[in-house]
Design a protein around this ligand. Structure first.
Ligand code: CA
Length: 515
């Protein structure tokens, strides 16, 4: 018996799965064994911020409740500190599918892709005896061939009457057109697959909504939702006393007319002759209403999936996870979009229901990152996490048995300097108490957008959760800064996220490290 076997045996015991499962050969599983192993339904939406889920509690919880997603929190666990390591669609999905940080999986930005041989999670789940499917938004360009079945949107896909590429004919010509709103269509496809699946094996289904990604279009039945409501605004939309640094002054796409090139008012066709305050107010209201109507459609469709599992009698034997590929700025600091290491963009929702292992109504503030997702699914399936994965399974956290050496910090990096939404490139470290961000403000490609002013920011997340005060230069925090820089270097080394291959970035790191 190797050490891995013993660790897994101890863990499976704690979650109530039979130890005998592991003693059997890893191939040729009997049907009786597979009926006892849990199914895994991994539901992921696109750009769904945790603070737009009522279970997380926020200014939006009252006006835009999400009862079906909340049910997972009520009957399962809500994770408060799940962060992405690269807050943008394609790279974040790559970290989830590979269990690796961006430089290791090679997907640094939206131009990246994931070849079938690097689609580790579905390949390993299949090897573990699972029937696997990927349905909905994929966004990793290459054929999701490591899944037994797939039916995915090409690229971003369309909100209405979407075309989906379906397993069968050769990729990418295997397109089929469907009628309806994408959230409904994707759920219909998942239900179709679930009903016709190979029931002798447990399933692993990745069900990915396109909503509530930008160019928000809701199903017509939600047109009047929030019509007469004034959506609460974040304080930081209007007042940011000592927020930000030289590096971020004037950056980022705004709600208000502040960013002339790109702002939500322009996007939502607000009358440009309106005074600043009224323009900003209208832009925010239109943005949030459209976004929350898309969320409503996601929540309703989550309800359809839960209902199916109940009817099929497999509700309690299915581990149901709900998450997003990152967070989203919903007007905080007068920002839209993601990309930032600021909290609303960095934090992801993560809720899990599995009554055989998880106590109802639980909450955990353990620090988790996207590369931890693949090892977690593998462990829950009774499979080993290979050494080439850098993440760590948080299945013990779900079971309320966090190991004493669980990480106390997490690493973040955004590469796409000044692309699309005018965000300078940056990296940083987040602990439960503090967040340190270094805006190195350079593109990693020699011909990218011009460098901007580098700078450091430090936020006290306990006493200033909305990040209103950058305390980097406050002498009271000199020791904290020093310690966090040591930790940041440690994480960069550990996850192979250093800049040896990017001398233009290393130069500015060296120059500004002690400033
Ligand atoms: Ca996204």
């Amino acid at each position: 018996m190797d050490a891995n076997f013993l660790t897994r045996r101890r863990f499976l015991k704690t979650i109530g799965l039979s130890v005998a499962l592991l003693a059997r050969p890893r191939i040729g599983f009997g049907a009786s064994r597979d009926r006892r192993r849990p199914n895994i339904l991994y539901i992921m939406s696109d750009d769904h911020a945790a603070h737009a889920i009522s279970a997380y509690g926020s200014r939006l919880a009252k006006v835009a409740p999400t009862p079906n997603i909340d049910r997972l929190a009520k009957e399962g666990i809500l994770l408060e500190n799940v962060f992405c390591t690269n807050s943008i669609c394609t790279p974040s999905r790559a970290t989830i599918l590979t269990g690796q940080y961006s430089q290791t999986n090679g997907v640094l930005d939206l131009g990246g892709h994931l070849d079938p041989e690097n689609q580790h999670l579905p390949r390993l789940m299949k090897q573990a005896g699972y029937t696997t499917a990927m349905i909905g938004k994929w966004h990793l360009k290459k054929e999701p061939a490591a899944f037994e079945y797939y039916c995915v949107l090409p690229g971003q896909g369309k909100y209405f009457n979407p075309v989906l590429r379906k397993k069968g004919k050769p990729w990418p010509k295997n397109e089929v057109k469907y009628t309806g709103h994408s959230s409904d269509v994707i759920t219909d496809r998942s239900l179709e697959w679930l009903k016709g699946r190979d029931k002798t094996r447990p399933f692993f289904l990745m069900h990915h909504f396109k909503a509530p990604h930008d160019m928000f279009e809701n199903a017509p039945r939600f047109d009047s939702f929030l019509e007469d409501v004034d959506v609460p605004e974040p304080e930081s939309l209007w007042r940011q006393p000592t927020y930000g640094s030289e590096a971020t002054k004037g950056m980022g796409t705004s709600i208000s007319p502040r960013n002339h090139r790109r702002n939500m008012g322009k996007h939502m066709k607000v009358d440009p002759s309106l005074p600043y305050k009224e323009y900003t107010h209208q832009a925010y209201q239109r943005y949030l209403k459209r976004y929350l109507r898309c969320v409503k459609g996601v929540d309703e469709n989550v309800g359809r999936l839960l209902e199916y599992l109940e009817q099929e009698g497999i509700f309690d034997n299915t581990i149901i996870m709900y998450t997003s590929d990152q967070g989203m700025m919903l007007g905080e600091h007068d920002y839209i979009d993601k990309r930032w290491m600021y909290e609303e963009s960095l934090r992801m929702p993560f809720l899990v229901r599995y009554p055989k292992m998880i106590k109802a109504g639980g909450r955990s503030d353990e620090i988790i990152n996207t590369p931890d997702c693949a090892p977690t699914s593998l462990e829950l399936a009774g499979a080993r996490t290979p050494d080439y994965m850098q993440g760590r399974s948080f299945a013990p956290v779900l079971a309320g048995k966090t190991p004493p050496d669980w990480p106390k910090s997490t690493y973040y990096r955004y590469w796409m300097h000044m692309a699309h939404h005018d965000n300078p490139a940056h990296f940083g470290v987040r602990t439960r108490h503090f967040k340190l961000i270094f805006f190195y403000a350079r593109n990693y490609k020699p011909r990218g957008p011009k460098p901007t002013q580098p700078g450091w920011e430090l936020y006290d997340m306990k006493n200033d959760p909305h990040e209103m005060n950058n305390i980097y230069s406050d002498p009271k925090y000199a020791k904290v800064v020093k310690e966090l820089k040591v930790e940041l270097l440690r994480l960069r080394k550990k996850y192979k996220e250093t800049d040896e291959n990017y001398p233009n970035i290393q130069k500015v790191i060296d120059e500004y490290w002690d400033k």
